[in-house]
Design a protein around this ligand. Structure first.
Ligand code: ATP
Length: 347
């Protein structure tokens, strides 16, 4: 039996709650004869900062690099002051991952504003407007540096086209990559981003490639959500558009993500720490469980990934057990029990 070492960073708020649910799913796969998982659990995030003054000690990155994959809950990064460090940024830079892959699609049985959305946002995650390079001017002003590099843009574009190829192969339908920008205003930075994207697009003549202004793209996503396939974006634009896509589909409770680099990868739900529901045991665990499915696919465990996705979809379609964000009253544990029930019922 293959055994995978998973570095687990539960984080803050609902992070540990949804991670526990996801681990139950992995352990059930093992019990059904699937691969084994060894967990190396580390504290990181705001709670750790409060305890120790550091949000991510060096040994966490060492453990993350030693593992086959990293599974993250959520970290309350907004609360951590600059002297406490930047755990997410540190993880992304340390693991050399440039792009986050965030799929969103309408799920049968789940009410959503969009009837037919099925897209994936591929977002750069290490630079752009979130480069954290900010400073005060001497004229009562503040500045944020928007960093765009050809290297990170190229890696993100490659990830977007890889997604397009995979989607084309899976669906048998032509795939399209839409690069999002505001080059009329951000002439240099988005000029460089688009140049890098166009160069990668030339390597993939079978994939349709187009560019759209961020504002027009946001409006079109709301008006014609079914028109989008792979959306390729810089950090802040992608952050916003992936939440738009999640909102148009089934909400943050179902939005999973993967950050995959050449050597390392980490997986996390798109949602944050949800302080309003933390500690109540009512968070929807599906986003994290679907992130685990993405992790299984990355590890080459396609059968396990399919089984987990089918189990989640079956529970959602059945509708008897749903958490509050989906209009039900189930706890996280009850939702997980239902998913495990579906997993165990599969042949
Ligand atoms: P961040 O800045 O980290 O994104 P946030 O507070 O802006 O954090 P979230 O933590 O994602 O955003 O929460 C946004 C809303 O969605 C909250 O009302 C929260 O309760 C809800 N929410 C987020 N995740 C879940 C979940 N897994 N299950 C149920 N509700 C959720």
């Amino acid at each position: 039996m293959t055994n995978y070492a998973i570095c687990v960073l539960p984080g803050d708020g609902i992070g540990p709650e949804v991670i526990n649910c996801a681990r139950r799913v992995l352990d059930t796969l093992t019990a059904r004869g699937g691969p084994g998982f060894t967990y190396d659990v580390h504290k990181a995030g705001y709670d750790l900062f409060l305890e120790t003054g550091h949000s991510m000690p060096d040994n966490v990155l060492v453990a993350a690099k030693a593992a086959d994959a990293v599974l993250l809950g959520a970290m309350d990064v907004a609360q951590i002051p600059p002297q406490g460090g930047d755990p997410l940024g540190g993880l992304r830079i340390g693991l050399e991952v440039s792009a986050s892959v965030r799929p969103s699609r309408t799920i049968p049985g789940i009410p959503s504003p969009a009837a037919d959305i099925d897209c994936v946002v591929v977002r750069e995650v290490t630079e752009g407007l979130y480069s954290r390079d900010e400073y005060m001017g001497d004229d009562d002003s503040a500045y944020a540096v928007r960093v765009i590099t050809r290297d990170a843009s190229t890696k993100t574009a490659r990830m977007a086209f890889a997604q397009a190829i995979a989607r084309q192969q899976a669906s048998g339908k032509p795939a399209r990559v839409t690069a999002v920008h505001k080059v009329g205003v951000l002439k240099l930075s988005d000029g460089l981003f688009l140049e890098a994207c166009a160069a990668v697009a030339e390597e993939f003549p079978d994939i349709e490639y187009e560019t759209r202004n961020i504002d027009a793209c946001a409006m079109e996503m709301v008006r014609e959500p079914g028109e989008f396939d792979v959306i390729l974006a810089t950090n802040a634009f992608g952050d916003i558009l992936s939440d738009v896509a999640a909102g148009l589909a089934a909400g943050l409770g179902l939005a999973a993500s993967a950050c995959i680099g050449d050597r390392w990868a980490y997986f996390e739900p798109v949602h944050g720490t949800a302080p309003d529901i933390a500690g109540k045991g009512i968070a929807n665990p599906c986003a994290t469980i679907l992130s685990v499915a993405m992790m299984l696919r990355y590890l080459g465990e396609d059968l396990g990934a399919d089984a987990v996705e089918h189990a989640v979809n079956a529970v959602l379609a059945d509708g008897a057990v749903r958490t509050g964000d989906l209009g039900g009253s189930a706890t996280s544990a009850e939702m997980t029990d239902a998913i495990l029930g579906q997993l165990n019922a599969q042949q």
